[in-house]
Design a protein around this ligand. Structure first.
Ligand SMILES: Cc1cc2nc3c(=O)[nH]c(=O)nc-3n(C[C@H](O)[C@H](O)[C@H](O)COP(=O)(O)OP(=O)(O)OC[C@H]3O[C@@H](n4cnc5c(N)ncnc54)[C@H](O)[C@@H]3O)c2cc1C
Length: 463
């Protein structure tokens, strides 16, 4: 037995009774669960449990609660802030095998799924029903993980984040009790909103085992466009003007000149220059989409937009958006032998130009290659900061730049994280953003739901 934390041996022995070989001590599997897509120092869990039912989650948590053993929920491990690093070892609770789509209610446009379903899998399942699920992070993550990080993506400007698209949850509490939150109605004024409490709780308050989602009808017409600008500020000013004019864009994404250069190379995008660029999409009726596109072109033209390229057929639209979704990998590939950390600042839309241009200037002054890509319609942008892989000094310089960009965002009334969450990487900003009293309330909630502190310890709060 290779366990290192007190009580884990007893939990593993008892869990063998109902999980059998699905509680694994295999070193390679434990290493896969030792961190996510982040730069934290990996920690091996004592064991990885591949659960398949709510009852298994409940029995396992009851055991961990009894023995005081840490549990770190794990979806696909794509989170970026050290969320799944099991810093107190214990059990990494892998939910990726809970993949059932349990119900689709076409008339009410909702569905009930297990947490290991990915958005790509759900949309493939829904395709012939004329429905889709719009929340689209640029990774192959689970919808359980998206709920736990309060994720969003390129469609949030029109369809909202995961928060607006979850109607209810089934959650296993730290001691093994199972509760249901929310319901099937579009609105309800019926007590504390426990659904929203668990959305964004990063596995620190409970384990999500079922999710009821809102779905949307596939629009009659969709049109995507790309246009380029001579200056970064002009591209961002265009976004602000478009949002303030009320054009219902479905997606509006910014790529700065360095990110565009990376995408041109990585995704072999032809006909574009390495200039600040907007990718956008309109949804609606044929006439509505045409009207939105014309209004957009008029505004963008005033800011010097050039080289409009329109894509209306599904294949060209998908190619463009795949390139946008691959932006992270494109940036990391810009400099071989480098890794990246990414900021996630979100500001009120009126301060977006100051935030983005200020971040770019700060990045340039640091001497570190930094690509900017953003869900700018929401005021949210990422600076992907590259540093030489394995260089501690490089990593520290990257984190110093990250902190400087976050500080600029906070000074503009923004937040350190629009969608990636706090994990370990953004803990220092929590009190700064919310104040000591609000933080004490958060800690109180944590203590009341998880009195032994077993659920994902070391995340959100230092302890
Ligand atoms: C290339 C790339 C692009 C990305 N783009 C985006 C983007 O556009 N938008 C965005 O929001 N994020 C993005 N991310 C970040 C990441 O994909 C999201 O945070 C995603 O929601 C994490 O899901 P996951 O299944 O990988 O969760 P994990 O990384 O496995 O877990 C994340 C957190 O959720 C908890 N958790 C997981 N499942 C459950 C559960 N069932 N119950 C309770 N807690 C649980 C974990 O304990 C952990 O704290 C990107 C990441 C990469 C690598």
């Amino acid at each position: 037995m290779t366990t290192t934390t007190g009580g884990a041996d007893a939990v593993i022995a008892a869990a063998r009774g109902f999980l059998g070989e699905r509680i694994s001590l295999n070193r390679a599997i434990r290493e896969q669960h030792s961190r996510g897509e982040d730069t934290t120092t990996p920690t091996l869990p004592d064991a990885v449990a591949f659960v398949e039912t709510t009852e298994e989650v409940s029995r396992l948590l009851a055991l961990c609660h009894q023995h005081g053993v840490a549990v770190t929920p794990f979806g696909a491990g794509t989170s970026l802030e050290g969320h799944v690093n099991p810093v107190r070892a214990g059990i990494s609770l892998d939910l990726s095998r809970m993949k059932a789509v349990l119900e689709v209610n076409e008339a009410d446009m909702d569905c009930l799924i297990e947490p290991g379903v990915t958005r790509q899998e759900l949309n493939a399942f829904l395709r012939d029903k004329g429905l889709f699920f719009p929340v689209d992070p640029g990774s192959h993550c689970t919808i359980g993980g998206m709920c736990a990080t309060r994720a969003s993506g390129t469609n949030a400007v029109r369809y909202g984040t995961i928060r607006e698209n979850v109607l209810g949850l089934e959650v296993v509490l730290a001691d093994g009790r199972v509760i249901e939150t929310g319901g099937r109605t579009r609105k309800a004024s019926n007590g504390y909103d426990l659904t929203r409490l668990f959305i964004g709780s990063e596995g620190t308050l409970g384990v999500i085992t079922r999710i009821r989602l809102r779905l949307h009808g596939i629009p009659e017409a969709m049109s995507a466009a790309v246009c380029q600008f001579p200056m970064l500020a002009a591209a961002v000013e265009t976004v602000i003007a478009v949002m303030q004019s009320g054009i219902p864009v479905a997606r509006i994404e910014l790529l700065d000149e360095d990110q565009m250069e990376a995408c041109i190379r990585y995704s072999r995008l032809e006909g574009f220059a390495p200039l600040p660029t907007l990718f956008l999409e309109f949804h609606g009726t044929e006439a509505g989409v045409r009207e939105q596109a014309e209004s957009f072109e008029a505004i963008a033209g005033d800011y010097g937009a050039q080289g409009f390229a329109w894509a209306t057929d599904a294949e060209s639209r998908n190619r463009l958006w795949q390139a946008r979704h691959d932006a992270y990998w494109a940036a990391v590939n810009l400099k071989p032998g480098h890794r990246g950390i990414t900021t996630d600042v979100c500001v009120p839309i009126s301060r977006l130009a100051e935030a983005v241009v200020g971040a770019k200037e700060t990045a340039r002054a640091s001497g570190l290659t930094t690509c900017i890509v953003g869900h700018v319609g929401d005021g949210n942008f990422h600076c992907l900061i590259l540093f030489p892989e394995g260089s501690q000094e490089g990593l520290e310089r990257a984190w110093a730049l990250d902190r400087a960009i976050v500080a600029q965002g906070l000074a503009l009334g923004g937040t350190c994280s629009g969608e990636h969450g706090i994990g370990m990487g953004k803990r220092e900003f929590l009190e700064q953003e919310h104040g000591a009293e609000a933080l004490a309330v958060m800690r109180g909630l944590k203590a009341s739901l998880d009195p032994r502190g077993i659920l994902n310890p070391g995340k959100m709060f230092r302890n």
